[in-house]
Design a protein around this ligand. Structure first.
Ligand SMILES: [Zn+2]
Length: 378
């Protein structure tokens, strides 16, 4: 009896030590996701501000986030580009970074928020087996980026209610949607953490009189709204002209009207609650899909997955898909082409003036965006 007690104590101590080591290791991995990927401001960046400059309620919170301002020498109209609304849709973040590092504005102002939900960049979604980082090769070394979560980190907003009631419409969604930035618009100052971030974005648009807002997303290849531009009804003419321009640049893209009964999204609420032309773009991202196989950083970058090839053969997808996959270079190139052609259409239609240069074309980027990302600092 005495010997058995001794043994169980020993086992308990060993198990305790192993648990402590595992927790220690996982905590390091978890906390490492708070380290921000480097962004190197390009020749067009005139100022780096924080979202709290427009809504001070975000100051010193994980919801505050960098806003890169690219102001032209000539007065003109402005555009806001949002990357990272959903941090598990990486082409939005990378497209925003590419704009920051390349674009030069001659007339008007471009505002870029690469990490719209900064909190969502600091964790991944449970039970998805997603990588925490991925890298893109440039001619002078690899650049790393975080792969985050669809929603605000529960560390920053908890607990979720059973049912999420959208504040201005009364729309009822499942509880976890309460942390989804793209269900939180137009936001409110006395709401939850995610609603405050949404309010900050809406305030930037109102205070700066932003003419065009573009929210860059991705969706899984089996999702119906894909390779599409979603437009608020006020922005439909602009979106139509832009997608014709995109087609002329070799990018085939659909157009979807923003549903009037689906609330909390940028293309609905920013169009209703501000004077901006509200647009959202979707590219195809196999690494967030339900049909995918092993999910690692290579899959995030190459967009290759043999199960999606099979799914395409069975006609289960809404986009063409084969062994070539949907590489992130092509997805980022589509987003950038959208931004460029929306600005061009805005000028052509006589809606205002926003002239941007030094942005690579779709053809230049489609195969490899590496040359258009700044080399990593030594
Ligand atoms: Zn999304």
């Amino acid at each position: 009896m005495k010997i058995e007690t001794k043994k169980s104590w020993l086992t308990a101590i060993v198990l305790l030590c192993l648990s402590a080591l595992t927790i220690g290791y996982l905590a390091t991995v978890f906390l490492a996701q708070r380290q921000e990927e480097p962004i190197y401001p390009g020749p067009g960046v005139t100022e780096i501000k924080m979202l709290s400059d427009w809504y001070p309620g975000l100051k010193d919170t994980a919801g505050d986030t960098e806003v890169y301002v690219l102001k032209g020498a000539k007065e003109g109209d402005s555009m806001l580009v949002l990357g990272g609304t959903h941090a598990n849709e990486p082409s939005g973040l990378v497209a925003a970074v590419l704009l920051i590092e390349n674009a030069v504005v001659e007339e008007g102002t471009l505002y870029v928020i690469p990490r719209a939900n900064n909190s969502a960049m600091t964790c991944t979604d449970p039970q998805e087996g997603a990588p925490t980082r991925f890298t893109i090769s440039t001619p002078n070394g690899d650049r790393w980026f975080r792969f985050g979560s669809r929603a605000t980190n529960p560390v920053h907003q908890w607990p979720d209610p059973e049912i999420y009631v959208h504040a201005t419409s009364g729309q009822r969604l499942s509880g976890s949607e309460t942390r989804n930035l793209n269900r939180a618009y137009p936001g409110r100052t006395d709401g939850n953490f995610t609603e405050k971030i949404a309010y900050g974005v809406a305030e930037l648009i109102r205070q700066e009189d932003v003419a065009i807002e573009m929210d860059l997303h991705e969706a899984s290849p089996e999702y119906p709204t894909i390779n599409a531009m979603v437009a608020h009804e006020d922005a439909m003419l602009l979106a139509n002209s832009a997608i014709i321009n995109m087609a002329l640049e070799g990018v085939s893209i659909g157009i979807e009207p923003s549903p009037t009964n689906l609330h909390g999204l940028t293309h609905r609420e920013l169009g209703d609650f501000t004077d901006t032309y509200a647009l959202l773009m979707e590219t195809s991202n196999p690494s967030q899909g339900r049909l995918r196989g092993r999910t690692d950083s290579e899959m995030v970058v190459t967009g290759k997955d043999k199960f999606y090839v099979k799914a395409a053969e069975y006609g289960r997808l809404y986009v063409p898909y084969d062994e070539a996959g949907h590489p992130i270079s092509m997805r980022v190139a589509r987003h950038i082409c959208g931004v460029t052609q929306v600005a061009a259409a805005f000028n052509e239609l006589g809606l205002g003036n926003l002239v941007m240069t030094n942005i690579p074309s779709y053809a230049e980027m489609e195969g490899d965006i590496g040359p258009y990302l700044a080399p990593p600092a030594a």
